[in-house]
Design a protein around this ligand. Structure first.
Ligand code: ADP
Length: 614
């Protein structure tokens, strides 16, 4: 075997090895045709090498004619796959140039098969044997085909295409790739010119077209292998990243559950196991609905659909109370944050679940304490009223007693005046009703109900009148005159009638106390109601000493008092009550003297959603 056969065979073997390798890569990543194109061009380069060796060893004209005709098939494959590879892999080379090359090469192939011998030769008359590199090689002797210039022209276009693509890659800043792949492309495209020169008899060398492409194939193969290595590195990094992600999720203090688009659990951490009481293997692959109370399951499906339509990181069911269901069937109040995670397997949703049972318990406890405090303040307020209440009750009871005694006296006589007795009994009933009313109001005020939703429609004018009635004797004792200026047709507010009466009572008592040191003719309270901008406003104005400006806010603080026996709870309780009613309470000093306390509450209809803000 001569050295030419050996070298050309090595070239062929190298090309086939690269072709096989990238064919396998393509089989695994079918979405990317780059590897297949590269594989095709390498197979074609190997095939050309085989043809060339055969041509060098050809002994007869017929043998040579057949080889020179059929070598155009691998040449077509090589050129087309090579140009397509450059366009796809380097994203370079002008499209019109590429299509011109595809068209020309196809035309050449057709002309090649309809020509008497091939596109290159009209006739081959003889085989010339000459010594090249110490070996005897065969070259054809004959007339070149005139159509052969199309073949030369296509080589010229290939050269321009290669130079243009190389410049594009260079300009993009990818200099290494431009030098390596582009340089070898230009080198190959120039060397390919030996074919027409041999045919025209300008030079006498064997064809080595397959060989010239080996450099190009090697350069491209190197670049591809670099990409494969980079992809493998990236995959390792991703794997590492995924592992790290899993570890972070596992260590998270809140429950983490990942759900796919079908609503099935794909990941759950330790805290999620603890929150719901399920071991992990009972969660994975199961529908997320299993962690919801049955009453919420159907609503949740709609929520999930909506979320998948617009997946963004956000809290779930904003403003609503959320509950999960433990393995034992009990419910757990939770807060849930959702984050979409886009992966190669599609959109996944990561839910971070915080068990808020303890917080809820603490909130309930705080509400209970607030309620107790409010009750305490109410009892102390009633304590302050006790003198006048005693008076209020003593009066009807004394009247009842004296009426009953009068009736007894009448009944001693034989000629009983029944009309007189009837009148006495009517009086007794009226006085009894009055005493009953006082006791009823007092019981209402002292009632210690559970904290409740505010759902009564409260007529504040009626509330004001009630409180004024309740305080009647107290006001007389304190020599305080009360004026009311109540708006006509005042809309109702939503709330708790008794709590709102307590606010009024506190404000009126404070007003009375503020005027205690003033001349009795000046002791006047004005209670006004009005409505504006969807809210009812009530104000209690006194003619006392007013409030120092720097204490305006402080008076609402718990235990703030300037009174010798004050508790400093009244206004803070008022503040809590009004806040809980989504209203606002504040104080102002009057222009002349005294202070005015105002509170606003949202009216029914508007009020169910409204909150009065500063
Ligand atoms: P207490 O009446 O037990 O002191 P409050 O919370 O009702 O508790 O009132 C806190 C403080 O606010 C009072 O001690 C007083 O200094 C001030 N204050 C309340 N109402 C008035 C008012 N109408 N005029 C002037 N100061 C007032």
């Amino acid at each position: 075997m001569n050295w030419i056969t050996v070298v050309w065979s090595i070239n062929m073997g190298a090309c086939l090895t690269l072709a096989a390798f990238y064919c396998v890569v393509w089989c695994k990543q079918r979405e990317n045709p780059v590897h297949l194109l590269f594989s095709c061009s390498a197979v074609a380069a190997a095939a050309i090498s085989v043809f060339e060796v055969e041509m060098m060893n050809a002994q007869t004209v017929e043998q040579y004619q057949s080889l020179v005709r059929w070598v155009h098939v691998p040449t077509w494959i090589l050129t087309v796959s090579f140009v397509a590879f450059i366009r796809l892999y380097l994203r370079a080379g002008r499209r019109w140039l590429a299509w011109s090359i595809y068209g020309l090469r196809t035309l050449i192939l057709i002309l090649n098969f309809i020509s008497p011998v091939s596109i290159n030769f009209r006739t081959i008359t003889d085989i010339n044997h000459f010594s090249w590199g110490g070996e005897i090689v065969s070259v054809p002797v004959g007339l070149p085909n005139l159509w052969g210039f199309i073949s030369s022209f296509s080589l010229f276009l290939l050269l321009i295409f290669s130079v243009d693509a190389t410049f594009t890659v260079w300009r993009r800043g990818d200099r290494r790739r431009a030098l390596l792949v582009g340089g070898s492309m230009i080198f190959g495209a120039i060397l390919a010119w030996h074919v027409p020169l041999v045919i025209w008899g300008v030079i006498e060398v064997p064809f080595f077209l397959g060989f010239t492409y080996t450099a190009v194939v090697a350069a491209m193969g190197y670049e591809l292998s670099d990409d494969v290595a980079r992809a493998a590195h990236l995959a390792r990094e991703l794997q590492f990243g995924e592992e790290r992600f899993r570890r972070v999720v596992e260590a998270a203090p809140s429950g983490m559950i990942m759900v796919n688009q079908d609503g099935r659990i794909t990941l759950a951490n330790l805290q999620a196991e603890k929150t719901f009481g399920y071991p992990r293997e009972e969660l994975l692959g199961r529908p997320i609905e299993m962690l919801l109370p049955e009453r919420l399951r159907s609503g949740y499906r709609d929520l999930r659909r909506d979320y998948l339509r617009d997946p963004q990181a956000r809290p779930m069911g904003a403003g609503r109370e959320l509950f999960g269901r433990r393995k034992d069937g009990s419910e757990v109040p939770v807060e849930i944050g959702l984050s979409p995670i886009h992966t190669s397997k599609g959109l996944l949703v990561l839910a971070s679940i915080v068990d808020i049972s303890e917080r809820k318990l603490a909130e309930l406890e705080a509400a209970r304490q607030r309620h107790d405090l409010a009750h305490l303040a109410r009892v102390s307020t009633v304590g302050e009223l006790s003198n006048s209440l005693a008076h209020e009750l003593t009066h009807p009871i004394t009247a009842i007693l004296s009426n009953a005694q009068a009736a007894q006296r009448f009944l001693v006589h034989d000629d009983v005046d029944l009309d007189e007795v009837r009148e006495i009994l009517n009086d007794i009933v009226t006085q009894d009703q009055r005493a009953g009313e006082v006791i009823h109001r007092l019981r209402l005020l002292l009632k210690k109900g559970e904290p409740q939703e505010y759902c009564d429609d409260v007529d504040l004018n009626e509330g004001i009148r009630d409180v004024v009635k309740l305080m009647r004797s107290d006001l007389i004792n304190r020599n305080v005159n009360v004026d009311t200026d109540l708006a006509q047709n005042l809309p109702a507010v939503i709330g708790d009638r008794v709590q709102l009466q307590q606010v009024l009572l506190n404000l009126m008592l404070n007003g009375c106390e503020a005027m205690a040191d003033y001349n009795s003719s000046e002791r006047r309270l004005l209670i006004a109601s009005q409505w504006e901008n969807g809210a009812v406003r009530v104000s209690v104005t006194d003619r006392g000493g007013g409030i120092p400006e720097e204490k305006m806010e402080q008076v609402f603080e718990r235990f703030f008092t300037t009174k010798k026996e004050g508790m400093g709870l009244g206004l803070s309780v008022c503040h809590t009550i009004i806040n809980a009613h989504r209203g606002k309470i504040w104080a102002t000093n009057n222009g002349g003297c005294g202070a005015t306390f105002h509170f606003c509450l949202p009216i029914v209809g508007v009020g169910k959603q409204a909150v009065i803000s500063d």
